[in-house]
Design a protein around this ligand. Sequence first.
Ligand code: AMP
Length: 448
Amino acid sequence: MSFIELGLSEAIARAVTEHGYTIPTPIQTQAIPAVLAGGDLLAGAQTGTGKTAGFTLPILHRLSAAAANSATSARPIRALILTPTRELAAQVEESVRTYGKYVKLTSTVIFGGVGINPQIKLLKHGVDILVATPGRLLDHMQQGTVDLSKIEILVLDEADRMLDMGFIKDIRRILAALPKKRQNLLFSATFSDEIKTLADGLLNAPAMIEVARRNSTVEIIAQKIHPVDRDRKHPLLTHLIKTNQWSQVLVFTRTKHGANKLVEQLGKDSITALAIHGNKSQSARTRALAEFKDGSLQVLVATDIAARGIDIDQLPHVVNYDLPNIPEDYVHRIGRTGRAGATGEAVSLVCVDEHEMLKDIEKLIKRTLPKEIIAGFEPDPNARAQPIQLRSGNGNGNGGGRGRPQGRTAVAKSRPAPAAQPHGPAKTFGGNGTSRPSAPRRSGGRGR
Ligand code: AMP
């Protein structure tokens, strides 16, 4: 099946082919004809499946096939794509530009953390496709600098993550400003009751598609555990990077403070590293990501939310310096490597404090991860588990918001129900009575 056979115009298929893709991914094979048909869509797919092109390509096709339905001379915004994070917004808009190379449509991206005035100028000029994070879009709505009254197509990308990040009210306010008659596309990796409620109110007789979750296709990613003592993780990471000559490594830490500290430590080992997390300015994050992508930065250290949606082709190494406190985040993290068919490697440095977390992860992915002790870094067999610091006292953690909603269930039926989310009594960790707090994992308005 080719992109042309899916019903896309020659101009769009040519841009995709020039970008190096000739065979549509499963989500694209299903989503493209569904969106081209003009109806609403509910899609279960997570990042790494090719979902962005799955909605971008048919939107470009539909908008370029039909002239704007506007009597005014200014170019009205005809498609609105909402994403949870700034990074994802930027990447989606980059895709719109790439695939829209040969069609006469314009796009722009608006998100917080950068000046609003240049955005106002761009919006005034008029664009066909707007990619935005909810907070900044609301700012524009309040200032009257964006007109959403001619929206023909709405996309909620990574809707589950948007709700997790506390954007539901913002989304509802945005929805209220849109014309009633429009095409709605909702993409989500998981389907909680909250998402179902949102979908029920938003979608009209939607086509429903789903592709296998990453955790059922992670076979292409080699995964390994390196048991190690808590205070030996940093020397072990340096050892792994140096002996294996890893040149591009994405490292995950649990807290922003942990990310900063690790960057400093790696710097002392002459390893170039930068951190991206919610306390970094947007320009610092963009610069770190750009340097990491172009190969000038060896190590990018990220917290879970900051890394969400990062799209780096063929990222070879992902390291879990700390295991995530939400098992599903493990799957999101390792999904950064081995994307769209490429092979990758994900290693986790696990200390005694994290054994319960590891068990939860193995339960979720339905497999026991192979363990390899690195000579010189053997863990102390008598070490006792200590409480896990999920947040730094000064708000340096990822938290700060409401807890993740209950009852998240996956799209794929093969996936087991996730471990109970800590809403009621906190789950015990580390076998020593340490409790996981009520999942405070928002990043304080990252989309704004
Ligand atoms: P996404 O799920 O949209 O974040 O895309 C995941 C990765 O797959 C990105 O690096 C895309 O550029 C890449 N990709 C998208 N479509 C295809 C395709 N048809 N063939 C190969 N790679 C693709």
